[in-house]
Write a protein that binds this ligand. Sequence first.
Ligand code: SAH
Ligand code: SF4
Length: 350
Amino acid sequence: MIDIKSLPREQLKSTVTAAGFPAFRAAQIANWLDRGVTDFDRMTNLPADLREWLKTECCVPTVTIERRLESQKDETVKYLFRLADGETVESVLMHYHHGWSQCLSTQVGCRMGCTFCATGMGGLVRNLSAAEMMAQIEAAQADRGVRVSSIVLMGMGEPLDNYDNVLRFLRMLSEPDGVHIGMRHVSLSTCGLVDRIYRLMEENLQLTLSVSLHAPNDEIRSRTMPVNRRWGVEELLKACRDYADKTGRRISFEYAMIDGVNDTDACAEELAKKLRGMLCHVNLIPVNEVEGKTQKRSRAERITAFSDILTARGITVTVRRTLGADIDASCGQLRRAADREKNETERGNP
Ligand code: SAH
Ligand code: SF4
């Protein structure tokens, strides 16, 4: 089956014409798809033979809500979505003063193997298609009756490891008849695939690039993030500088504070030195403790001291507001918990 919604517009047109239908039909189909219609029978301006062809040859991937966790403290909702093939991914809907923001998954699992991350524990299962990324937004909007106005690609998976599908998705976001979210309201988070950062730079998109730095030097970063053995801190920071220079966009550095690993004053001094003069911002996040891993989050005083050093050295820094703290379970944990319960149930009821 052709995942018709994920096809770039030119390809949609060539697919439709190759099947013997006129090219203008592609634009009509695209319009229905942009508006979130997934049932070919509802595409009422298409002739019956075209609808028949769509039903036999094509599909529009959707997601269903497998689980929903609602925060009792704020309006955050965490979803576990089930995909057509039975795999599951997580997504979080958050309410800010400027509107609803959604954190999306780009892969089932991840192959980057960061030691602190629950998603990486099972390796990569598969990439999501562009339509499956869009389906997460459409499902959350329908569930809550809200309009999502900003997106962060910070759920499960490494977006730049699924480059083509993510780029296709980003282009879908801007379609005027679709969710119509501008690039200035999109953040993409990467663990630091330097070759892809350069490729993204050439796309000239006005999105915010978030870089998961989490350490000021190779010694610490290579211990927690295997990707650092391929591209070290210097190389990564050079790519970030080039990216900021070329696009004029501020880089947002994510820094998860792990007790006794990357949270000393010396780490803060070293970080400040390396970021000096760069158009950037540092986001300090108390690391989420993950079952089966030994990491502990840094204490609040440590985070403040770290933050003060960066500020004193002229680096802009925020300590991330933790929305939905009561349902937190950092990304990857809900899926793992669901899998575990399922296995236990299956073992219990052979
Ligand atoms: N793969 C991309 C995006 C998904 S991970 C990336 O790594 O950037 C989203 C963010 O969550 C990253 O900054 C990642 O480092 C962070 N993260 C992963 N596990 C975490 C944990 N246990 N506690 C806090 N942040 C975590
Ligand atoms: Fe993958 Fe990001 Fe998790 Fe690292 S932190 S394993 S890159 S999802």
